[in-house]
Design a protein around this ligand. Structure first.
Ligand code: PLP
Length: 390
């Protein structure tokens, strides 16, 4: 076994940065108070919480009172979809929700559960072969009873970016709030909610070198929301539960750092990533890039290898010390193929040959060359084995 892992699954999670870890540590030790306490320990925790809220608001170009801390990206998406749709149902403002067909399951399953249990109606917008939503399709899907539109900023499986500002502008032309799951964006894309023109946005700490188990829902002030988690008046009565102060402090430090490093890291990673996008299809026959060739996350490379199940490739890469993923939960032909690839028109047979390589701060040019050395013979060998021609 090689002694160093080449970690190329940064879209799945990232290590906690030393900066974020150092910021968090006091809140596991000497500053342990409940942020609701009126004594000194509680006040110190509350100060840290509010400082973190200001930091997040600053990065988002928002007001601190609009920032709600949650337990993860999934909860952030759940809170927006359920909270806004329940508020709309209560006010008789509509029961129709529009999402895209390539959303993360945190949006997709929540939308369909709203339809099943709360008599909402969901429209899933189609995407093109790159996974992009057409703003004209959104315009055509809007109805008088549309209460919310939710379209992700960047896709986790194929890296494709959505034209968020254009989509949000369509929503606003009809007075409908627009949410974006921006979980994959921090450190890679600008997060200015005013420039994007969105009304709600979801983030998750562990995707940008912060800790796991903490997320953010940003909600433009004035947006009506029914809390999903009840039992206390925390987070401006929008999310009950004693705040995870250490996690929140770590998330804020990590978000600030990711935003500060963004210009330099984006340039560095784009170059390394483009080497993969150029070289892999050239070195491995019957291979194509999945997702958009350039309207994609700068650290994200993904490919479809014809005639192969990716599981064997992932195991072979792991044995060579390279951590990669298929980008979706299901890879076996016996299981349902990825809903993202299916929506993009990829056949079930091809979808099982999907590989995602997502780069990060630890990635070097040598790592990329090592992947280019290991991957082509591995794919070719497994193709021969899986086709029985060996
Ligand atoms: N949305 C997107 C686009 C994601 O990639 C993920 C995580 O993979 C989530 C939501 C869920 O985030 P979390 O793991 O924090 O629940």
């Amino acid at each position: 076994m090689p002694d160093r892992t080449i970690y190329l699954d940064h879209a799945a999670t990232t290590p906690v940065s030393p900066t974020a870890l150092a910021a968090m540590l006091p809140y596991f030790g000497e500053i342990y108070g409940n942020a609701s306490g009126i004594y000194r320990q509680g006040r110190l925790a509350k100060q840290a919480l509010e400082e973190a809220r200001r930091t997040v608001a600053e990065v988002l170009h928002a007001h601190p009172s609009e920032v709600v801390f949650t337990s993860c990206g999934s909860e952030s998406d759940n809170l927006v979809l359920r909270g806004i749709m329940w508020a709309a149902l209560r006010a008789g403002r509509g029961r129709h929700l529009i999402i895209s067909a390539v959303e993360h399951k945190a949006v997709l399953e929540t939308a369909h559960q709203l339809a099943e249990l709360f008599d909402c109606e969901v429209t899933e917008l189609p995407v093109d072969g790159y996974g992009r939503v057409d703003p004209d399709d959104l315009r055509r899907a809007i109805r008088p009873d549309t209460a919310l539109i939710s379209i992700m900023t960047a896709n986790n499986e194929v890296g494709t970016l959505q034209p968020i500002a254009a989509l949000a502008a369509v929503a606003h032309a009809y007075g409908i709030p627009f949410h974006t799951d921006a979980v994959q964006a921090p450190g890679h894309l600008p997060l200015d909610v005013q420039a994007l023109g969105v009304d709600a946005l979801a983030l998750s700490g562990h995707k940008f070198y912060g800790p796991k188990g903490v997320g953010v829902t940003w909600l433009r002030s004035g947006l009506s929301l029914v809390p999903v988690q009840t039992g206390g008046s925390h987070e401006g009565k929008r999310r009950a539960g004693t705040e995870n102060v250490a996690g929140i402090v770590g998330l804020a430090a990590a978000l600030r750092e990711a935003e500060d490093l963004r210009p330099a890291e984006t340039t560095r990673l784009l170059e390394l990533r483009n080497r993969l996008l150029d070289a892999i299809p050239a070195l491995i026959p019957n291979t194509r890039i999945s997702g958009h060739p350039h309207e994609r996350l700068p650290h994200h490379a993904s490919f479809l290898f014809a005639g192969i199940e990716i599981q064997g490739v992932l195991m072979g890469l792991d044995m060579a010390g390279i951590a990669a993923s298929s980008g979706s939960a299901c890879t076996s032909a016996a299981q349902t193929p990825s809903h993202v690839l299916t929506a993009m028109g990829v056949s079930a047979a091809d979808a099982v040959g999907h590989l995602r390589l997502t780069l990060g701060r630890s990635t070097t040019a040598e790592d990329i060359e090592e992947v280019l050395r290991v991957l082509p013979p591995l794919v070719q060998r497994l193709r021969r084995l899986q086709s029985g021609n060996w």
